[in-house]
Design a protein around this ligand. Structure first.
Ligand SMILES: *Cc1c(COP(=O)(O)O)cnc(C)c1O
Length: 365
């Protein structure tokens, strides 16, 4: 069992709540990351006081001093998870304890304060209690939850945070593939890397993302929608995409995914898919995978499917992998069969359409 939260949350409801009609209009076409619910959660932290001032407050701008550490040294970590509406109207989170634990690891790496699991879970529950109506009901939609912590002190010196603030905001999200799941081409960045040995690759921090934007643009220029990074030491092994983990499927139905070497983000989706595949009796190999092996395998049929995975898209099929002087796979390749069946198996659990043998779902409201 999880510990109970010790912080009391005060609740200040918004005077500017959107009307039922306005909310319905937004939820009919929510997009991703552009609309936000009426409230947010905040919890402050200081070296002297620990975590304090837990609150639900109206969604709105933060007031930050221009000398605030996060603005200068990127002392920021975040999480991403979803609140799912089930057929009976209830709202659930998927393995939020895993997000809480990962956020603690990220905090440690960035010298930010780790929020206890119980407070993390309670913060999400508190937001859903006031903004439950913002969890959409249409198939494959959700309320995307974004917890984040920033170093909020006014200080230009460089040091571990002594004042920090944690927030949770909620953003209704439409179906990721409204026109049906569409395979994507991905571009291998042979010049830029995402994370070095001993760096912050395994932490979910904003800095990793800012460093991925230029290679991401390079991918767009090459007609690809995502960038795939190789390891920084050898430039040989596959790591992951800018914000998604990578899987390959062999023609014998086994799965292959890069092992967690310290520079790859430990995706909750990745971990869950490994479990689901093992439940089906499949072999899942976690090891270092060379780009050469994938090029050859995708072209000679040894590797029959490839996909990326993360909370937002769940699973995105990959039709081709391209680099400066190679193309593996074909742009017109359809989504793989196992890729799609794993996607269905996972989303069926998340939306309460299938049994939950691992106890992954947590009821929020
Ligand atoms: C968040 C993230 C993922 C996916 O993690 P999930 O827990 O499955 O959403 C993968 N890679 C990076 C770099 C990420 O930030």
């Amino acid at each position: 069992m999880t510990a109970t939260a010790t912080l009391e949350f005060s609740v200040t409801t918004s005077k500017n709540r959107r009307s039922d009609e306005e909310r319905a209009r937004i939820l009919a076409n929510p997009g991703f990351g552009v609309n936000f619910s009426d409230h947010m959660v905040g919890i402050d932290w200081s070296l002297e006081r620990g975590w304090y001032n837990a609150r639900v407050q109206p969604y709105g701008p933060l007031s930050l001093d221009p000398a605030c550490s996060v603005l200068h040294y990127a002392q920021e970590i975040f999480e991403g998870l979803k609140a799912y509406r089930h057929a009976d109207g209830s709202v659930w989170a998927f393995r939020p304890q895993a997000n809480a634990a990962r956020m603690q690891r990220s905090a440690e790496r960035l010298a930010l304060p780790p929020l206890p699991e119980a407070e993390f879970l309670e913060s999400i529950r508190q937001l859903i209690l006031v903004d439950k109506a913002w969890v959409p009901t249409a198939p494959e939609t959700s309320l995307y939850l974004r917890p984040f912590t920033i170093a909020s002190e006014r200080f230009l010196g460089v040091r571990a945070a002594q004042h920090a603030s944690y927030y949770v905001i909620g953003s209704p999200a439409g179906a990721y593939f409204p026109k049906g799941v569409a395979p994507v081409s991905i571009w291998v960045s042979e010049h830029y890397t995402r994370a070095g040995r001993g760096g912050t690759g395994a932490a979910k921090c904003g800095g990793n993302y800012s460093a991925s934007l230029l290679p991401q643009q390079e991918a767009y220029k090459q007609g690809c929608s995502q960038v795939l990074f190789l390891d920084a030491v050898h430039g040989t092994y596959l790591e992951e995409l800018g914000g998604m983990n990578l899987f390959l499927v062999r023609k014998d139905g086994s799965l292959l995914t890069p092992s967690l070497t310290g520079s790859i983000l430990e995706g909750v989706t990745r971990d869950s898919l490994i479990q689901l595949a093992k439940d089906q009796g499949r072999v899942v190999e976690e090891r270092q995978i060379t780009l050469e092996e994938v090029q050859a395998g995708m072209n000679n049929g040894e590797i029959s499917e490839a996909f990326a995975c993360g909370t937002a898209a769940v699973i995105t099929p990959i039709c081709s992998i391209k680099g400066k002087d190679f193309v593996a796979g074909r742009d017109d390749a359809p989504a793989g069969e196992l890729t799609m069946s794993l996607r269905k198996a996972l989303t069926d659990i998340q939306y309460g359409r299938a049994a939950d043998p691992h106890g992954w779902m947590m009821k929020l409201a």
